[in-house]
Design a protein around this ligand. Sequence first.
Ligand code: 2HA
Ligand code: ZN
Length: 289
Amino acid sequence: MQKDANEARCMEELAFMKDFVRLCDDGYRQGWHERNGGNLTYRMTTEDVAQAQLFFNGTPYEWTPLDVLAPSMAGEFFVSTSAGSYMRNISSDTSHYVGIVEINGKGDAYRVVWGFEQGARPTSELPSHVLNHAVRAAATDGACRVMYHAHPSSVIAMTMVVELNARTITRLLWQAMTESILAFPMGVGVVPWMVPGGADIAKATSKLMKTYDAVIWASHGLFATGPDFDAAFGLMHAIEKAAGVYVRARCMNGGSDNFRNTITDEGLRAIADEFNLPINEAFLEETLI
Ligand code: 2HA
Ligand code: ZN
């Protein structure tokens, strides 16, 4: 990685930027990013910033209000997709559709230090991303760095049909396939339908991020987080896969949710025991001893 950084001739050649771009390509190929749907941010490490600084603009842009207050994110640098960018175009025109922003000392404004060429701006969901980063960083002792928003079909379809609460949806996803509880042992949060892009949905989401590393936006999509790009992408992938299994099973079952076979609560507990998972007990039925 160090060798890579020393030899880099531009921002696009740095390892964190390559990983960022790769996730955008992978997400597009999964079909999660119609038009300009979805967005991605990455909270840079001090080593990333040291490497990237060589390529920062001579003069940063003006400070712009964030519309939310995130004091713990003061001084942090984020890589972000741009508002209106199509994920399928990120890899071919990175300095236009991706940029790096610095958060000010109060945690209530940002300025662009690289990228967003030709007048582009950070994602419309930047307030959600920064607030969520603040909450997930606190919940993970600073480990969480990636915040990924996508529009995967099966998750969205599921929210049209099932009761919109975290326990119900988590249980259905856990029961659908064995991998689910391994991938999201604390479960998945759910925000009811809200207007996207503003402070209200940002606050509602960040509240849930205290408990969950993934949050569904009803009739819209999903936020998945993680310490690195693999973890965030993998979480998105696992949740959408489980939702896809649920949707197919329900279709095959004539629309009924009265399934012949699902993983029992006893089975879920056994997985949690075997793999020593920090499972959300409140989402399992109590056992009668
Ligand atoms: O278009 O996904 O939530 C970007 C979005 C807004
Ligand atoms: Zn969206």
